[in-house]
Ligand binder design. Structure first.
Ligand SMILES: [Zn+2]
Length: 218
């Protein structure tokens, strides 16, 4: 049984690394944002509530997040554990996760902290581009995954854009919130002896190899 969380700032490669680790372990990769979007897309009761908060620019309340997570963590394919991508991010969320896992006889077995310097996270985020075609939304990076023709989507030919929250001022704001919220969480997990800190300022394969070691494989 492996219930693992990957912690790190935006731009640390959390999504990519969660995916690789989940594949390696043969367990689901769970991102709360993706779960929310799926509920909204499927038009479920909970999805309608979530849509309301998102459209007003509000944060989805933690009791709704807990319901969505509980549902996902108790699904058949998640019984052998999951890789949680960027959740929990705060001490409150860590409590909530514990309250969800404990009745299932589970606990967080590893917290993998992807450490990258802010300057590197900023560079990675500033270079991101996304296809403007909402049916496509393919992601690019000016340096790491550029399109064949500048500013044009390889897949559908639509123009690319930078997301509003990937603009420099907002990136700095997001990183400062991240540091305030997440440092206490990292210290909590360090105290519980489940934290593994990984230098994520390297290429994808090197970071993945270290994560695999940190969870006791390889
Ligand atoms: Zn496209």
């Amino acid at each position: 049984m492996n219930d693992i969380v990957l912690i790190g700032p935006q731009g640390s490669g959390k999504g990519t690394q969660s995916d690789l680790l989940a594949q390696k372990l043969g367990i689901p990769h769970i991102s709360l944002g993706t779960l929310f979007r799926t509920e909204v897309k499927n038009g479920t009761d909970i999805g309608k509530k979530i849509q309301g908060y998102i459209s007003r620019g509000d944060i989805v309340p933690s009791d709704i997040a807990a319901d969505v997570l509980t549902q996902r963590l108790t699904a058949t394919d998640a019984r052998g554990g999951v890789v949680l991508d960027g959740y929990p991010r705060t001490l409150d969320q860590a409590d909530m996760l514990e309250n969800i896992l404990a009745p299932l006889g589970r606990r967080l077995t590893r917290a993998i902290y992807l450490n990258v310097p802010d300057e590197e996270a900023i560079l990675r985020l500033e270079g991101r581009r996304v296809c403007t075609n909402t049916a496509c939304e393919k992601n690019y990076h000016l340096k790491y995954a550029p399109p064949a023709v500048a500013d044009v989507c390889d897949k559908c030919g639509s123009p690319l854009k930078q997301r509003d929250d990937d603009k420099p001022d907002l990136i700095k704001h997001r990183l400062s919130i991240y540091h305030t919220e997440t440092v206490p969480l990292i210290e909590l997990y360090r105290g519980l002896g489940v934290l593994q800190e990984i230098n994520a300022h390297r290429n994808i394969d090197e970071v993945h190899a270290d994560i695999v070691k940190a969870v006791g494989l390889g």
